[in-house]
Structure formats: C-alpha cells, structure tokens
Design a binder for this molecule. Structure first.
Ligand code: ATR
Length: 277
C-alpha cells in the first residue's frame, strides 16, 4: 500500500490523516496516511527515513515549510514563488516540492463560497509565510487590486514588489494598517498570526464594500475575533479557513494520485465534528 504522511511539530491535532483517509475511501485509492512528529532539528532525517521506508509523499506543516522548500530538488512555479512547500512528492527523479495552500484558498473562495475574484479589490492582512503562500494563486484570479497590509510595513512593501511582476493588470501595493483609511475592499483575508494570540490587527471600521466577504485562514468551533469584528464593521459575510484546509489537502491528493476528490461531504463532516466539540 502506498504510504503518505503529514509531518510537523506539533502534529497530534492535525486533521490531515482523517481528510486523506476520507479522500482515499471516496476515490477507491489504496493508500495509508499517518501523522509524523519530527524533532524541530530533525526534519530532513525524518523525511529521508519515511522515503526510505517506501513513503510516496508528504504534507508539511508548521514549522517545516521553509526547510521543505530547501530540501526539494525541484519546485512547482507556485511553490517557487511562495518560497515554502507544504507538499512533497517522491519519485525516481528525487523530491518535488509543491505548495497547495493558495490553490486551496482560491478554490474555497470561488467554488465553495461563490466569491469570484475577477475585478475585485482584495486586502490581505499579514506579510508572513501564510500571505506569501497564497499571493500567486490569488493574483491568478485577476483581481482589480491586491493590497497587502502588515504591522511591519517594510515586509508588506517587499512582498508587493516581489509579486508585482506577476500581477498581470492587478495593482499590487504594500502598506501599514493605518494607511487603509478611506479604502474599501470586496474581500479581506486575515493571514496574520494575530488570532493565535486572541488579537486583532487594528483596522478602520469602513473597510468593507457592499457585499464584502471577510475570510480568516484560522478556524475553530467559534467565529474568530477577526470574523466577529468584521461582522460588526459591516462585512456582508464571514468565513473561516476550514474549507481552505480541506481544499489544500484535495490539491495535494490530486498531485499524488492524479484524481481529484469531491470535498463537499468531507468538509461538511469535519464541520459537524468541530461544532460538536
Ligand atoms: P505565518 O507563516 O503564519 O504567516 P509569520 O511568518 O511569523 O507566520 O507571520 C506572521 C504574520 O502575522 C506577520 O505578518 C506578523 O506581522 P509582522 O510581520 O509585523 O510581525 C503578523 N502578526 C503576528 N501577530 C500580530 C498581531 N498581534 N497583530 C498584527 N499582526 C500580527
């Protein structure tokens, strides 16, 4: 049986084994998928051991996505631009590194939430790895503009400069939160780590255009602080990142197995489970 795994530290609460087991059942693919805890200083060794034991591919999560990028022999263009890898595929030519986070986000937005990107004004909050991982796929949706706002302004500006050549007709800017006043957006995505600390980026209240969607990459049983604030500030709809989690997994599964699972039932099951606590 072909073996796959998600590797991270910590890893105990990862939902990836459950998601991929459901995909395998649904598509009739014979494979196993496990969770691997690697020591913080033992990522490369753990990958080599898994590969030597017959592993075919891995998902990579915190804190190893940059190391996974360095370890891969070749990269997909979206992984190359992201500078980080969440999916490894092992074959006779070595290790291919991909990044399916952005494609997963875009699919959740467009297919699950019905939020078209073409011609829209998008605001991305944060300028760390989470933002970098989704920029190229978001720009592929041909928005009118993509603004990156971050606490450390220079990081937002650097990312904007890096991605501007790949933006097509979209205008790409980097700024601080205090420069957002007077601007309105159709889609606001929280990619900061602020929610982890129960905090919120300081945002002006008139940020949301009519019909705007506020999307948090985090998820949980209750709406995140960002989602609650967005509703209070006039966002028409809010969503958390559970759909992105399932869709990035589907994208990895498709890369490995050449077949795309249907995500709707898997996402609904996971949501029920989380709601039940
Ligand atoms: P990740 O890989 O999850 O993106 P990261 O690279 O450490 O993690 O980036 C975290 C992001 O969250 C950064 O944009 C960070 O802002 P700075 O670049 O100014 O550090 C942002 N962030 C973290 N805590 C925050 C907070 N309390 N308020 C606003 N932004 C925060």
């Amino acid at each position: 049986m072909d073996r796959y795994a998600v590797i991270g530290n910590p890893i105990a609460h990862s939902k990836s084994p459950q998601i991929h087991a459901a995909f395998a059942r649904q598509t009739g693919q014979a494979l196993s998928y496990e969770a691997l805890l690697a020591p913080v200083d033992g990522f490369a060794r753990a990958v080599a051991d898994f590969r030597a034991a017959g592993g075919r591919g891995m998902n990579v999560t915190v804190p190893f996505k940059l190391e996974a990028f360095a370890l891969a022999d070749r990269h997909t263009p979206r992984a190359q631009m992201a500078g980080a890898v969440n999916t490894l595929a092992f074959d006779a030519d070595g290790i291919l590194g991909d990044n399916t986070d952005g494609a997963g986000l875009v699919r959740d937005l467009v297919a699950n939430l019905g939020c078209a990107l073409g011609g829209r004004r998008i605001l991305l909050l944060g300028a760390g790895g989470a933002t970098r991982g989704v920029l190229l796929p978001l720009l592929g949706g041909e928005p009118a503009s993509l603004t990156i706002a971050n606490r450390t302004v220079s990081k937002a500006q650097a990312l904007a400069a890096l991605f501007a050549p790949h933006a097509g007709r979209a205008q790409v800017d980097g700024c601080g939160f205090d420069q957002l006043g007077g601007h309105r957006f159709d889609l606001v995505i929280n990619a900061t780590a602020a929610s982890l600390a129960g905090e919120l980026p300081p945002l002006p209240a008139d940020l949301y255009a009519e019909g705007a969607l506020a999307y948090d990459m985090m998820y949980g049983r209750d709406p995140t602080p960002f989602m609650r604030a967005a509703l209070a500030d006039g966002a028409a709809r809010v969503a958390d990142g559970l759909g992105m989690l399932v869709e990035q997994a589907a994208e990895s599964f498709a890369l490995w197995r050449g077949v795309r699972p249907d995500t709707a039932a898997v996402l609904a099951d996971l949501r029920r489970q989380i709601d039940a606590g």
